[in-house]
Design a protein around this ligand. Structure first.
Ligand SMILES: [Mn+2]
Length: 323
């Protein structure tokens, strides 16, 4: 395996969301590294890429944030169909739905058909906040209440914004639910999968709750591409239609381990290579067996299989953040 290969991993589709650019929490350098490491035919930005709510108070922007935008535009110029589905933190962009700027198409929601013919609904997921939050009551009140909750959700956040309150964050709320978090995440997944089913899709791709996941919910494929704040995760489709969750933190560490073993004589060279943008971390995983889509990057699998734990404790192959 040649970790230094200049060749990039070629995906058919890449889904990323919740980068929250404009805040200090954004893992912009990592995201730039990932964007640099691959080519793709379809690039979906599934919401909350830019954190517009924070624009009024604290706004943080550095060269890495610029770099992410530059790389997205470069993908567009290179022929990738780039679709930006705004979320709740960048909903200011929802004013320009249908517009195409520099090859990036803005859409309220989108869809994608995989190489093996699965139709996926692509939406951010904030549409279901109130349903998730008030699910126990809604269950008592029935379908009518469910529909009302969806409407209320829009007005609730619009009102908060007018009053100058920050967006009510489902992902933050989930973290505070010590006992109820798993149940609430379950409700979110159920709500999204239910929407996909009602509309005749085979699956749904979303973000919003900062919790990467790939599973089947009542026969519907639920795919959450995670985030670039708490974890560094993306959903990718390989040319044959195989879907996979990429954990970039794990993949980057894998690259570091590979580089360290190949260049053990030159201390510091690994850091230098990483700083220069880990040209193609994912390529190192090319030789890995294309197993089932377990949600762990090929490279990470190969690395873990090789018993490599260069630094700290070996991270478990657990993509989902403990939101
Ligand atoms: Mn969101």
């Amino acid at each position: 395996m040649n970790a230094l290969s200049a060749e990039r991993l070629a995906y058919r589709a890449v889904f990323i969301s919740d980068a929250h650019l404009g805040t200090r929490g954004a893992q912009a350098e990592a995201l730039a590294g990932f964007l640099r490491s691959m080519t793709t035919e379809h690039l979906f930005l599934v919401g909350d890429m830019i954190d517009g709510w924070r624009l009024r108070r604290s706004w943080y922007w550095d060269a890495a944030h610029d770099e992410v935008l530059r790389l997205v535009l470069r993908h567009a110029r290179s022929g990738a169909a780039v679709t930006y589905v705004p979320g709740n933190h960048d909903e200011i962009l929802r004013r320009w739905l249908g517009l195409e700027v520099a090859g990036v198409r803005l859409a309220r929601e989108s869809e994608h058909t995989t190489a093996d013919g699965r139709r996926l609904l692509v939406m951010h997921g904030d549409e279901f906040d109130s349903v998730v939050r008030y699910a126990p009551f809604l269950a008592l009140l029935g379908d009518w209440a469910y529909a009302q909750a969806l409407v209320l959700n829009r007005h609730f956040n619009a009102a908060r914004r007018r009053l100058g309150y920050p967006y009510w964050s489902l992902s933050q709320w989930l973290k505070r639910q010590v006992k109820g978090a798993v149940k609430a995440i379950d409700r979110f997944e159920g709500a999204l999968a239910g929407e996909a089913r009602r509309r005749g899709f085979d699956g749904v791709v979303c973000g919003h709750i900062h919790h990467a996941e790939m599973r089947t919910v009542d026969g519907i494929l639920y795919l959450n591409d995670g985030d670039w704040v708490e974890s560094c995760t993306a959903l990718v489709e390989h040319p044959d239609g195989r879907l996979e969750l990429v954990d970039w933190t794990l993949a980057s560490r894998g690259l570091a381990a590979v580089l360290a073993s190949e260049r053990e004589a030159i201390p510091g060279s690994v850091d230098a290579a990483m700083a220069s943008g880990s040209q193609s971390a994912a390529d190192a995983g090319r030789g890995a067996e294309p197993g089932p889509a377990t949600g762990v990057h090929d490279l990470a699998r190969a690395w873990l299989a090789s018993g490599g734990a260069a630094e700290g404790g070996a991270p478990g192959p657990n993509v989902a953040s403990n939101a």
